[in-house]
Design a protein around this ligand. Sequence first.
Ligand code: ZN
Length: 251
Amino acid sequence: MRVLLLSDIHANLEALEACLAAAPPYGMLVNLGDIVGYGACPNEVIARVRDRESLVVRGNHDKACAGLTDLKYFNPVAALAVLWSQRALTPENLEWVRALPQGPLQLPELPGVQFAHGSPLDEDEYLILPNDAVVPLVDSSVPLVFFGHTHIQGGFCLDVADPRALRPVYRQGDRLEKHELLLQNGVRYLINPGSAGQPRDGDPRAAFAIFDSEANSVTYFRVPYDVGLAQRRIRDAGLPERLAVRLGEGR
Ligand code: ZN
């Protein structure tokens, strides 16, 4: 089965549509959390995801927008975006966000694979450096976990007791690019498809990945999208200026 992996869309409709248009055929869409928060199109993005057969893990921004988190744990810009999203979401979509399940989740068709927002051990944990990943790599109940939350495409692997970061290599143009990783038996993986709607790894292109369970491979993608339109929508919505600026920087 081929799984389209999306994470951290953050209500960025232009980025989501570019990912869906660029993705090769897939059997299932899995969303690793943070559908809403930051961007200006939460209802439109939720509609696109609800239209498709999908498995959706809740993220920390989804929890906050649903009123399940105290906003004192958010920085002021993120908290303002949460308050804006709470007002913008339709009652039906707010209910849908509130009902999203906590990760890690599993699909019956894919034993040995889990889907989480932060870490398979803690949905709110940030796995940024190889050191952060050691315990979840060792203690996770499955050898392959897909996660998001950091907005950094790549992930980690544990190979003969040596944890290391995985980072796809691109020429960093303004075109669609992809990078294939063949998964090795006996190696444990934490794989991050990157953020569709607010990349923070220095590449402003939208990020996603495809997991092919038959080929045992992950293909990372970067796709250009209309950043200017997403920025204009953020400014027109009265959301914090920083949220528009950072889309152009990919930080
Ligand atoms: Zn996020």
